[in-house]
Design a binder for this molecule. Structure first.
Ligand code: SER
Length: 890
């Protein structure tokens, strides 16, 4: 049975039993405590906690999931994978154990021809939480599972929570007995390879306030209702139903594995080491493709880092299979897109962008590998020189953080050098970094408050109406006030507050558009709003300070947005849409938005592109956009279905494809884009758009910055003044400026070179006379010379070498030149080969001189340089050298 069919059957079964089917949410978790969605229930967390009302009491879904805690195990075992899809049915205060257990049994055991999965009843085993007599009773009495196939287990196995504060509860798991060839008798407690877990039924009934580990957590109370969360791994199910051994051999993965084997000319199942690599590649390429499709871009933080690591591990494993500098990710990504494209059609339509991102990461990582290897070699040499056996954790971390070396790469390369790595130190640093990133992200989204406080506010306020598309000023009422993240009835002057209103014209930062600012006026208080955020969908939180009076819950307020700022931001936002369209027109559809920031008078726009954008394209886009401004196109916004919007060709930000109803903003017939932001009424209001330039902001992503309206005009006006000043200074016409400046620069360079040549010549002019003045010391020609103060160190060196070269090669010669290029003396010694044969060494002589100069130095036998701090000792230093030479020869 194909994977897609398994999913269809599952959903149909539950749909027929009153469940509403919800599409998979993005892999990017909305939950600030998580980076990525690791389980099917994650999008429903607010429903379990009672923070939001579910669209129906019974839901079912197939959810994309990414889990990376066991990433190191991937490939080494055939059980671990980083990407999987979870089939699940959910009940929110509707049915509980007595419903979930029989449903699961029925679907598993019903024959295939009858829409089920056709598992023989006597091959199924179940586990329940140790004291869950209720679940055990239902399994035995209601369903008829014999007691000997019902096993009880503790917290570690039969209790489920998210690993972070949230809902949790005891669970019951269903296992399939694969037969004696896979392991020991005795049920799941004896052998989890032979008895394979296929379905986990979680009886969600507790709220967890702190989670320290799987078995160590605090329960703060019961959830508002008793719920059901079940999870069945689609990939594992597919392995069983497709009669293959493991998840790497099912329809959606083996194609990638096969192609990787073909490209690297390896064969799966021959060499265990190569098999590990092939499995890593198959799993990771698929995960990487799915993450990029959901809008994650490789970076060094957060989810971007997860993606980078996954891609780099695939590339590294390709290299282990001998691909060298050749690039194969493109081919493999294409296979992954093909294998998953039936279930996720957006993979096909977004394929060009997905390729652009992954290819660019591959190119940059191959470069990184080259540089990083050099750094690694130095670190190894250092460690060995110290007599150490372990590469320090900091070094491994630096390789990782700065050069993107996966730790397993460092470990492997170190092992090749007979070294270990201080992994503990490395992990500590990694953990610190992760915590910093997590804290940053959470602080930004939720301010001080625990997310549940916002959930309660949302419950009280209902969805907050955003009025800001039509107005910038509105009457409203205070629903809640938070101080330091805690709800308060009132807040006095000087207090930093977070205020929730029943409805508001204030735009919360989102979709690249910065937050509005403004004031809230109550009869007894004035609040200055400097930031607005939406920590939970539907909730709008105004952050600011009570400037005067006292603000109380229930107060009527006049909410007034700073209109000038809003207008300037809206101009930027409309301009961003137009520039987006412009780049697509000139670079092709692969130029897709990857991020943006619309601030007053200025915006930046990030988009996918394989390489730098030529200046001519920047000019073309700018030209086209400004022409559209003059046409003064009408701007319209309307709501429609996701499907309708796609059909109209509305641009979505790359990776943004969730939610049923979407808002479309169109600028005449020029641009049409999904957008929740605020805009101008007609394109003419932008006045002018000026693109400042473009740069790279990561693999496969370029950024342009631009100015809009008066800011654009003022920029051009300033440039114009600058040009006027130049024409005045150079006495040239505007159009002559580039040529004139080029001429000046060329002449300057020639003059500088000439000056340099003259100076050297001057220094060297004395060379001839120095040879003549050489003293004979026991058959060796000795020259000691003090150059004029200010002679550059380079010239001192040149002079010493030049003089040395003037002696016949069979004549032993020593040349020592000293001077003071600055307020510090420098000495250079040069000894020719015949001199070295007499036992004279430049390094040693410089050492003697440098000592007299109050410093140090040394070097090789043929030429050496040193220095010190005592300019007044130069003559003495030269004398000492002469004495040393005489002493050595005599
Ligand atoms: N939340 C449970 C799991 O992820 C069941 O869906 O296993």
């Amino acid at each position: 049975m194909e994977s897609a069919e398994i999913a269809r059957r599952f959903l149909r079964f539950f749909e027929e039993r009153g469940h509403k089917i919800v599409p998979s949410a993005s892999l990017i978790a909305e939950d600030p405590t998580l980076l990525l969605v690791p389980a099917g229930m994650v999008p429903f967390k607010p429903y379990f906690l009672g923070q939001r009302k579910p669209p129906a009491a019974r839901l079912a879904s197939v959810q994309k999931c990414v889990r990376t805690p066991d990433i190191d195990e991937v490939g080494k075992t055939t059980r671990h994978a980083t990407f999987f899809q979870m089939l699940g049915n959910f009940s929110f205060g509707d049915y509980f154990k007595e419903g979930a257990i029989p449903f699961a049994w029925e679907l598993l055991t019903r024959s295939e021809s009858d829409g089920g999965f056709g598992f023989p009843e006597d091959r199924l085993w179940v586990t329940v939480y140790q004291d869950d007599d209720e679940a055990a009773g239902i399994w035995h009495k209601q369903v008829g599972v014999p007691l000997e196939r019902i096993q009880r287990r503790g917290l570690a196995d039969n209790y489920w929570h998210m690993g972070v504060p949230g809902p949790g509860g005891p669970c019951s798991e269903i296992y399939y007995d694969r037969g004696p060839e896979y392991g020991r008798e005795g049920g799941p407690v004896a052998d989890e390879d032979r008895y394979l877990e296929v379905w986990n039924l979680v009886f969600m009934q507790y709220q967890l306030s702190a989670v320290r580990s799987k078995t160590d957590f605090d329960t703060s109370g019961e959830l508002p209702a008793k719920n059901i969360d079940t999870g069945m791994g689609l990939e594992r199910m597919a392995a069983l139903l497709q009669g293959v051994d493991n998840i790497y051999e099912i329809d959606t993965t083996y194609k990638i594995l096969d192609r990787a084997a073909e490209l690297t000319r390896t064969r799966y199942g021959r060499d265990p080491r190569a098999d590990v690599s092939l499995r890593v590649i198959a799993d990771h390429v698929r995960t990487g493709t799915m993450l990029v499709a959901d809008g994650v871009l490789p970076s060094n933080e957060g989810r971007g880092y997860v993606l980078r690591r996954i891609l780099r591990r695939s590339i590294r494993n390709l290299r282990l299979l001998g691909t060298g500098d050749e690039r194969y990710m493109h081919e493999l990504t294409a296979v992954a897109i093909d294998a998953m494209g039936d279930t996720y059609p957006e993979l096909r339509s977004d394929a060009p962008q997905i390729h652009a991102v992954i290819d660019a990461e591959e190119a940059s990582f191959l470069g990184t590998l080259r540089t990083g290897t050099a750094i690694f070699d130095v670190a190894v040499e250092e460690t060995k020189r110290r007599g150490g056996t372990k590469l320090p954790g900091e070094q491994a971390f630096q390789l990782h953080d700065t050069y993107g070396f996966p730790i397993d790469l460092t470990l492997e390369m170190a092992a090749e050098q007979g070294l270990q790595v201080d992994e503990e130190g490395f992990r500590r640093l990694m953990k610190e970094q992760r915590e910093r990133a997590k804290a940053d992200a959470a602080a930004k989204k939720t301010g001080n408050a625990d997310i549940s406080v916002f959930g309660q506010l949302l419950e009280q306020a209902g969805k907050v109406d955003f009025l800001g598309y039509d107005t910038t000023s509105a009457e409203s009422a205070v629903i809640g006030i938070l101080v330091d993240g805690r709800p308060v009835p009132a807040a006095g002057a000087g207090t930093q507050v977070e205020v929730v209103l029943g409805r508001t014209p204030f735009y919360a930062e989102g979709g690249g558009q910065l937050a509005d600012q403004g004031v809230l006026r109550a009869s007894g208080a004035l609040v200055e709003v400097h930031d607005v955020q939406s920590p939970l969908g539907g909730l709008i939180v105004h952050r600011g300070k009570v400037a005067s009076g006292e603000l109380k819950v229930g107060d009527e307020v006049q909410a007034e947005v700073d209109v000038e700022r809003r207008k300037a931001i809206s101009r930027s936002h409309s301009a961003t849409h137009m520039v987006h369209r412009g780049f697509k027109n000139f670079l092709g559809e692969t130029a897709a938005q990857a991020g943006s920031e619309n601030s007053p008078g200025r915006f930046r726009f990030d988009f996918t592109a394989a390489g730098a954008v030529p200046p001519s394209v920047l000019r073309d886009v700018e030209d086209e956009v400004n022409a559209v401004l003059i046409d003064d196109l009408q701007v319209n916004a309307f709501y429609t279905s996701q499907a309708e919007a796609r059909a109209m060709g509305a641009l979505a930000m790359f990776g943004e494809k969730y939610g049923d109803e979407v808002r479309v903003v169109e600028i005449g017939d020029y641009s049409r884009e999904l957008c929740g932001g605020t805009h101008v009424h007609s394109s003419g209001q932008l006045g002018l758009v000026k693109i400042l330039g473009e740069q790279s902001v990561g693999a496969g992503v370029r950024r342009v910055e631009a100015l809009v309206g008066l800011d654009a005009f003022r920029f051009l006006a300033r440039e114009s003044v600058l040009v006027a000043q130049l024409t005045d200074q150079l006495k040239a016409r505007r159009e002559e400026l580039p040529e004139r400046i080029e001429g000046i620069v060329t002449r300057l360079r020639t003059a500088e070179k000439e000056l340099e040549r003259l100076r050297s010549a001057q220094v060297l002019a004395v060379a001839g006379s120095l040879v003549e003045q050489a003293r004979d010391v026991h058959g060796v020609s000795l020259v000691t010379h003090r150059a004029p103060d200010g002679t550059a160190a380079d010239d001192l060196r040149k002079l010493a070498l030049d003089v040395r070269g003037r002696f016949p090669s069979d004549r032993p010669a020593v040349v020592v030149v000293a001077g003071a290029p600055s307020d510090r003396p420098v000495v250079v010694a040069a000894v020719n080969e015949a001199g070295r044969e007499r036992g004279l060494k430049a390094g040693q002589l410089v050492g003697v001189a440098a000592k007299a100069l109050g410093g140090g130095g040394g070097g090789k036998d043929d030429v050496a340089q040193g220095g010190g701090s005592r300019v007044e000792a130069i003559d003495e230093a030269l004398r000492r050298v002469a004495e040393a030479v005489a002493g050595q020869l005599g």
